[in-house]
Design a protein around this ligand. Structure first.
Ligand code: ZN
Length: 203
């Protein structure tokens, strides 16, 4: 399975990193070895002094497809989840400055938190699901999927032009503003609507 991640999908986050607003979605991948095993803490890797949390809504693909039209995209997923795209921001900046790929900064072991999934029919609309990340009990990121530049079905159309989507693939749909550094002993808890999707300890 693959993890397909979208960058720069919320205007407020584009502004905080002083990135350009993209004309197409920004896509990158994480390998399956990046998945943080359930109930395991996240260990800050020794190659970074600036690991950021990025809370993101996840979409789990349930049917193989390519060149999926937006109007049919809803047939390709039944479950929505929440996770974290951990990012070594210092390393990402070095790579970006050199015009190099980001994989080392985004795809390292443990960099993908995949929390619980919920049936999409539990939500009145996938295009307006509130979510938030709490760090040690305080809200640090909060948004709704209605603020995405490209909504879920548009992302599926775009991504499937380039990559065949397979059963079990997961799309990380991008992070809103409020990304920030994590420290040892932090607890990161994510909520999709009012359901807790994960709680991760940082070490
Ligand atoms: Zn991200």
């Amino acid at each position: 399975m693959k993890l397909i991640c979208i960058g720069r999908n919320y205007t407020d986050h584009i502004a905080e990193l002083e990135n350009e607003r993209p004309s197409d979605p920004v896509i990158f991948m994480k390998p399956d070895t990046a998945i943080l095993l359930k109930k395991q803490p996240f260990f800050i890797p020794d190659f970074s002094d600036d690991i950021h949390h990025e809370v993101e809504v996840l979409v789990k693909i349930k049917k193989i497809g390519k060149h999926i039209q937006q109007k049919f995209a809803h047939k390709y997923y039944d479950e929505i989840g929440l996770g974290i795209d951990f990012t070594a921001r210092d390393l990402q900046k070095q790579l970006k400055d050199k015009g190099l790929p980001w994989e080392k900064a985004k795809g390292f072991d443990g960099a993908a938190v995949i929390g619980n999934f919920f049936p999409k029919k539990a939500f009145p609309s996938v295009d307006d699901i509130e979510f938030r990340l709490e760090k040690n009990g305080s809200v640090v990121q909060q948004a709704s999927t209605k603020l995405m530049l490209w909504k879920i079905d548009a992302l599926i159309e775009y991504v499937s032009k380039y990559f065949t989507l397979k059963i079990g693939d997961i799309i990380f749909t991008g992070t809103p503003a409020g990304v920030g550094k994590v420290f040892p002993n932090d607890t990161l808890t994510g909520y999709l609507a009012e359901e807790q999707a994960f709680s991760i300890k940082v070490k």
